[in-house]
Design a protein around this ligand. Sequence first.
Ligand code: ADP
Length: 260
Amino acid sequence: MTAAPHAPLASHPTTGYAAVTTDLTKVYGSGDTRVVALDRVSVAFREGDFTAIMGPSGCGKSTLMHCAAGLDTADSGSVRIGTTELGTLNDRQLTELRRDRIGFIFQAFNLLPTLTALENITLPMDIAGREPDRQWLDTVIRMVGLSDRLAHRPAQLSGGQQQRVAVARALASRPSVVFGDEPTGNLDSRSGAEVLGFLRDSVRELGQTVVMVTHDPVAAGYADRVVFLSDGRPVDEMVRPTPERVLDRMKAFDTRARTS
Ligand code: ADP
């Protein structure tokens, strides 16, 4: 075990972290339907690390990821991407930050059906009117093994290949951090392993930072670290996880749920 994931921000230097949340709180509903989705969550994601976020259904994983990625706002607390506090940005600046410094990979690939693989990969940069860094783009496309599929449309690609396009799209702008929401949730185990391998390669070989929500211990086994959430709070973390150790930790949640 390393330092608790909810260690106070003061213990995190302002450099060396791709994303940091501090005391992030989000409450849904009120009265009988009140749900504390995030309960003062302070968690830091080091640059060049691959982190998996796990925990029982409803523990706040998606809410944390959406708030950390600037897709949703918390009720209180703060989010920093690199040295930028999201709370200090106006809507336009936030949109630009999401476009330029954050990559997203969703469970449902979210590709545009009328565009080719290459056009999908470069779409965010095309919208921004920005020339892609050709060398970087070639590296990313080669890494995810799409060089001979670039002219295909999503319907002409397998699920695994479509998700590889989505991975390449997320990496193409060389973002500070890539967030994945169950990125292998729609894939068979072989395609899932490929996509996870590419994500890990992007961390190891390209220095990318990746944060992935998953409920799958095998997927978490690809990460450098797992942060476990329960009831909207980080409760544990594991470095160099293996699927077996993650599964054992998840069973402890199940046991607790049965006995509480
Ligand atoms: P997880 O991703 O771990 O399954 P979520 O972050 O989706 O958990 O949800 C955390 C809690 O917040 C759950 O109890 C969920 O029901 C609640 N919640 C999430 N989104 C909403 C919403 N839009 N309205 C009301 N409650 C929500």
